[in-house]
Write a protein that binds this ligand. Structure first.
Ligand code: C2E
Ligand code: MG
Ligand code: MG
Ligand code: MG
Length: 275
């Protein structure tokens, strides 16, 4: 490895790069089979009302039970799924699972939607047929999109959002505040909710700037009639601070971890967060 790098303009062979690339390729090949082999699972994290600690809904979070690597989190395979286009069938499958569960639980469900899914011309049709097949009422489904997904092509996004709105499903902006054009977005697009990114929640209540940001988001949301969900609430202090600031809905490890569908069913039967 002491050899000079890039001498004569040739690429230097770096074994560690190759190993990484191979691993990626292998994981992508595995992912191609994962859906058919039943290795994908949808887990759920409850959202709570901070006013009465009741469960108000759940967020569907994808997991991959890999035969060799164990439980793999989305950060490791969603990018691969997006690059390969596999996110389209996988995303449709998640939607189907989540809607079916929510219909049987009689609860609201939030489903994360990748930009690759959202920009497809047939996306609203996929949502409509999934609702029809599962019997979930549209108001019980919330689609989570990030700011960057919506901002990719603002005009096309508006058309897509209008189709979804016509179906009666709810739209939430995920990781709100971390992307671009946050403020204009709230006014111009047909959205129902924003999720305060957990990086803002993390600093509460000591970080003055995070306090100011959260306060600003709450004020804007109120002015535009949007629901606000705080994400990544990890401590009781954060929970109390948010509650005192007028944030009514929250999600996070302090309230409940993401769990399997089975476990979620038990939590919903209990109807509260006493675990
Ligand atoms: P997200 O939609 O912002 O989901 C919240 C993430 O924060 C989840 O990570 C959740 O497990 C984690 N989380 C929840 N409470 C806490 C907390 O108190 N502290 C901390 N530090 N983290 C918390 P997860 O499940 O690993 O998912 C990561 C991201 O992967 C999601 O972020 C979402 O963007 C994406 N994702 C998950 N499922 C899907 C899916 O079905 N489709 C697509 N396209 N993306 C998905
Ligand atoms: Mg989300
Ligand atoms: Mg988020
Ligand atoms: Mg995220």
């Amino acid at each position: 490895q002491a050899k000079a790098a890039g001498r004569n303009g040739f690429r230097v062979f770096r074994p560690e790069y190759t190993a990484q690339a191979l691993q990626r390729l292998e994981l992508e090949q595995d992912l191609r089979k994962a859906l058919h082999q039943g290795e994908l699972e949808v887990h759920y994290q409850p959202q709570f009302s901070l006013d009465d600690r009741r469960v108000t809904g759940v967020e569907a979070l994808l997991r991959w039970r890999h035969p060799k690597h164990g439980l793999v989190l989305p950060a490791r395979f969603i990018p691969l799924a997006e690059e390969s286009g596999l996110i389209v069938p996988i995303g449709s499958w998640v939607l189907q699972q989540a809607c079916r569960q929510a219909a049987s639980w009689r609860t609201r469900v939030a489903v994360n939607v990748s930009a690759i899914q959202f920009c497809r011309a047939d996306f609203a049709d996929v949502v409509a047929s999934t609702l029809a097949e599962t019997g979930l009422s549209p108001q019980q489904l919330e689609l989570e999109l990030t700011e960057s997904t919506v901002m990719r092509d603002a005009e096309e996004s508006l058309r897509q959002l209008e189709r979804l709105q016509a179906l009666g499903v709810r739209i939430a902006i995920d990781d709100f505040g971390t992307g671009h054009s946050s403020l204009g977005l709230l006014r111009s697009l047909p959205i129902d909710a924003v999720k305060i990114d957990r990086s803002f929640v993390a600093g509460l209540p000591t970080s003055a700037s995070n306090l100011a940001l959260v306060r600003a988001i709450l004020t804007l949301a109120e002015a535009f009639g949007l629901e606000v969900v705080a994400e990544g609430v990890e401590t009781a202090v954060q929970q109390d601070t948010l509650s005192q600031m007028g944030c009514h809905l929250a999600q996070g490890y302090a309230l409940a971890m993401p769990v399997s569908a089975e476990e979620m069913g038990r939590i919903l039967e209990r109807g509260d967060s006493n675990s």
